[in-house]
Design a protein around this ligand. Sequence first.
Ligand SMILES: NC(=O)c1ccc[n+]([C@@H]2O[C@H](COP(=O)([O-])OP(=O)(O)OC[C@H]3O[C@@H](n4cnc5c(N)ncnc54)[C@H](O)[C@@H]3O)[C@@H](O)[C@H]2O)c1
Ligand SMILES: [Mg+2]
Length: 339
Amino acid sequence: MLRILSSATKCLSARHCSGFLSRMKFMKKLREDDVSCAAVLQNSCVFLFHHLSPLLQRTERETFRPAVLFSSDVLSILERLGSDKSLLNESVLIGCSEQNQPQFCLDVGKLDQAAVEKECGGNFVNLKKSFFLLTEADAPLVAKGQALLRWHQTNRFCSATGQPTHRNQAGSQRVCRSSGAVYYPKMSPVVIVLVSDGRRCLLGRQSSFPLGMYSALAGFCEMGETLEEALCREVAEEVSLEVQSISYSSSQHWPFPQSSFMMGCHASVSPAHTLLSIDHTELEDARWFTLEEIDTALQVKTLPRRGDPLTVWLPPKHALANRLIAEWAMRQRGNRVEP
Ligand SMILES: NC(=O)c1ccc[n+]([C@@H]2O[C@H](COP(=O)([O-])OP(=O)(O)OC[C@H]3O[C@@H](n4cnc5c(N)ncnc54)[C@H](O)[C@@H]3O)[C@@H](O)[C@H]2O)c1
Ligand SMILES: [Mg+2]
């Protein structure tokens, strides 16, 4: 069995960079210079995927972390499993750790899954499950890796000429040599908004959500829209409310169902106009929640099962919706005047 290393344990490329600025410059160079990137790949961390499912390893504390191998370990596995070692060159650059360790991801879907799992002492777990098994720190990097690998797998041909596209070594772009068209990985912009009437906040659920889960309203931005226009349209479409003011909170990359760029906002509506008219083609339910109800929902740790009494619970901390709700709750607690 091979050793699986946390990305913090070795620092092979410290001489290349130190601190945030030099790390960013180093990454830029790797994206632009195929020769440097190929050389660095020989001495890097690699996150393995199998048909887009990341390789996870159980820790001593019965939690999970992404299994991180060194390129030399990956080459040994490829050799032992009788695969062409050039497969390593299909790795895609995803980052550089604070310890200055370049990080790549590689899909070994061509190899036997069980054989790789045995070699590595881990399991390939589909992204939806693994995203929530991982810590808030590890999940985004794994999601980014999967998103990039998926993009490469689904953009192998030029949409103008039908000719094959060719990736650069870092995997940050693909080029059609026939037309010269350059393709970059894409995300769909999505607005997510926590609407408040000053006293309560508005949450909704789609029928596809797990039982009892309510979240902030969200929707894809349409071509040509500003963030603010998309937000007002989505709230109008889904619950027939007119938003009065908007403030930006924060953003996140969201891998489900495919790469979205989520932009999180707070918005207010007039307390005199809070009557909901729900578009049931989009939402199964939407309701106003008091601070007490939100506090209770934030406490729910074990998810309800079918047959259990209906308990409202909220998206986990990995989701921007959770942050918006927590921000709102904190602000409400601060505003509350004790009798
Ligand atoms: N991270 C979070 O906290 C969080 C919380 C809620 C929702 N989300 C995500 O936000 C996204 C959007 O939310 P929604 O489902 O309510 O959106 P939505 O209200 O826009 O409705 C989805 C529908 O929009 C259409 N659509 C338009 N442009 C699309 C595009 N580029 N890609 C896919 N469908 C498109 C499709 O018909 C789709 O069925 C979802 O992917 C969801 O996973 C994330
Ligand atoms: Mg929606």
